[in-house]
Design a protein around this ligand. Structure first.
Ligand code: RVP
Length: 504
């Protein structure tokens, strides 16, 4: 006879935290959100890869491109670049993140001296950048001849066919610096000379980078940024259980820091084979997370297969219709609680701490705090990140409101059949995801900082200054459906009603 669970499976909206004693030391600024990303022998060694905030971005076309990866690493988290693209394209995205030197920008707007104002305007419209390098061959690293900025020409006054050489600031009038100048020194040069852009050139006069006044300031503001030993941003990437023998080497070659097998259902032989292949070829050097699972059994299977972290969640994603189409899944809160127990038992038995990630279904910021309190080391978010400027999707205006597009990996639009692959020859034959809009929410940095301030405040209410302390001290209660109603504003007529569930 089939097995029946005694309790219904529950989701975050059915739980609340009960505050604990908070002392005068419990202030949000004193809270550390540092958390391990990969397994380690807790108490005996340092975790080889930690994050400064407990947030990773979903392995999705509508979420994790290189721009978002840079923005999130700057806040202290990690993006997993989507795998539902060609191996070359995914590796190129990883490479762009790894070669991005915080503060040093490889010029993406370049023209040769033969170009005209018409070319300048067309390029500016395409890239959105107003500083254009004029190099001998028109490439990002060609011999620097001059720079064109908006103040160098007047549209409708300067003729469209005027050659750039007639209005650019030529090299002999430019302030430049050698390629290895430190960011600190670059900033001094920028200030001393009252310039906005400093080109860095090599001994032959080839352009290497630009340093912009505005970037230096933002670099200074990001105390949490997550950098590797070479001061490049940390980045992850999704892989599948089909083409790993080609995809993994390409991603490793591009400099990826951590991989994750992207699958809607991870309790499978395919996942253990994939991890096995990585261990055989790279030992423990290449880090790989696995999932998704929703119970203790699934966790133990992946931990024993050698996963560096385990991801939890089936059917809870905002764009996910797996539960409706296939009838599988589990309430996200129950899944996290069950897996967290299994993780703690596994740690007691083996001394190995395998971090776990709650993936999908975070609607309100406090759901993050609940997931952490229930034992998750970090959370993966799709909808949340899709709303920001840096996500790779279009910003559109609908009924007077700005929205961003957001679609599931199991939707027809993404056609990520590997994610739902069960072996055999058939490819995605029915949809498990939808195509949608989410309200536009501005720059990632502002959104993440607001969210985490809320997380830290609640942690203080629970008397916790770290995530492990929260997990130890948290007191959680299931709430009745009537008290959920009581928890929102009620019995008043709202002056300014927006659907709060869509605003993070
Ligand atoms: P959410 O943050 O609620 O938008 O959920 C994002 C998660 O949803 C992803 O990390 C992934 O696990 C899952 N997903 C992605 N695509 C689909 C689908 O098409 N069903 N589901």
């Amino acid at each position: 006879m089939a097995y029946f669970y005694e309790e219904p499976s529950r989701t975050f909206g059915e739980y609340l935290l009960i505050p604990g004693y908070s002392s005068s030391a419990n202030v949000p600024d004193a809270v550390s959100l540092k958390t391990p990303l990969v397994k380690y022998r807790k108490g005996q060694e340092e975790c080889p890869l930690e994050m400064n905030i407990p947030m990773i971005s979903a392995i999705m076309q509508a979420v994790s491109g290189d721009k978002l990866a840079i923005a999130l690493a700057r806040q202290g988290g990690v993006s997993f670049i989507y795998g539902s693209q060609s191996i070359e394209d995914e590796a190129a995205m990883v490479r762009r993140v790894k070669t991005y030197k915080a503060g040093y920008v490889v010029s993406d707007s370049n023209l040769s001296p033969e170009a005209t104002l018409r070319d300048v305007l067309a390029l500016k419209a395409r890239t959105g950048h107003s500083t254009i390098a004029i190099t001998a061959d028109g490439t990002a690293h060609g011999k620097l001849m001059g720079i064109v900025a908006s103040r160098d020409y007047r549209v409708n006054h300067t003729p469209d066919d005027a050659p750039v050489t007639t209005f650019m600031t030529p090299l002999d009038k430019l302030v430049t610096a050698p390629e290895n100048t430190s960011l600190h020194d670059c900033n001094n040069i920028i200030w001393d000379n009252k310039i906005n852009t400093l080109p860095l050139v090599d001994a032959e006069g080839n352009l290497k980078y630009f340093v912009f006044r505005k970037d230096y300031n933002s670099h200074k503001e990001n105390a949490n940024e997550l950098l590797d030993a070479n001061k490049s941003y940390v980045v992850g990437a999704g892989i599948n259980t089909r083409d790993y023998a080609e995809r993994v080497p390409a991603l490793v070659e591009a400099g990826v820091d951590v991989l994750c097998i992207d699958s809607s259902e991870g309790f499978s032989e395919w996942q253990s084979r994939t991890i096995g292949w990585i261990r055989e070829h790279y030992g423990d050097k290449v880090k790989v997370g696995a999932g998704n699972v929703v119970d203790a059994e699934g966790f133990r299977f992946l931990a024993e297969a050698g996963a560096d972290f385990v991801k939890i969640g089936i059917g809870g994603g905002s764009i996910c219709i797996t539960r409706e189409t296939k009838g599988i899944g589990r309430g996200q809160a129950t899944a996290v609680i069950d897996v967290a127990r299994a993780r703690d038992e596994y740690f007691k038995e083996t001394g190995i701490y395998v971090p776990i990630c709650s993936d999908g279904g975070i609607v309100h910021d406090y759901h993050i705090t609940l997931a952490l309190a229930m034992g998750a080391d970090f959370v993966m978010l799709g909808r949340y990140f899709a709303r920001f400027d840096e996500s790779p999707t279009n910003k559109v205006r609908i009924n007077g409101q700005y929205m961003k597009e957001y679609w599931g990996e199991g939707s027809n639009r993404a056609r990520n059949w590997q994610r739902y692959d069960l072996g055999g020859s058939t490819k995605l034959s029915f949809e498990e995801g939808v195509d949608s809009y989410v309200p536009y929410a501005g720059p990632l940095a502002d959104g993440v900082q607001t969210t985490l301030y809320k997380v830290k405040s609640t942690m203080c209410n629970c008397g916790a200054l770290t995530i492990p302390e929260l997990q130890q001290k948290a007191k959680l209660t299931v709430v009745s459906s009537t008290s959920i109603v009581e928890g929102g504003s009620h019995d008043v007529l709202l002056k300014n009603a927006t659907p709060s569930s869509m605003n993070g």
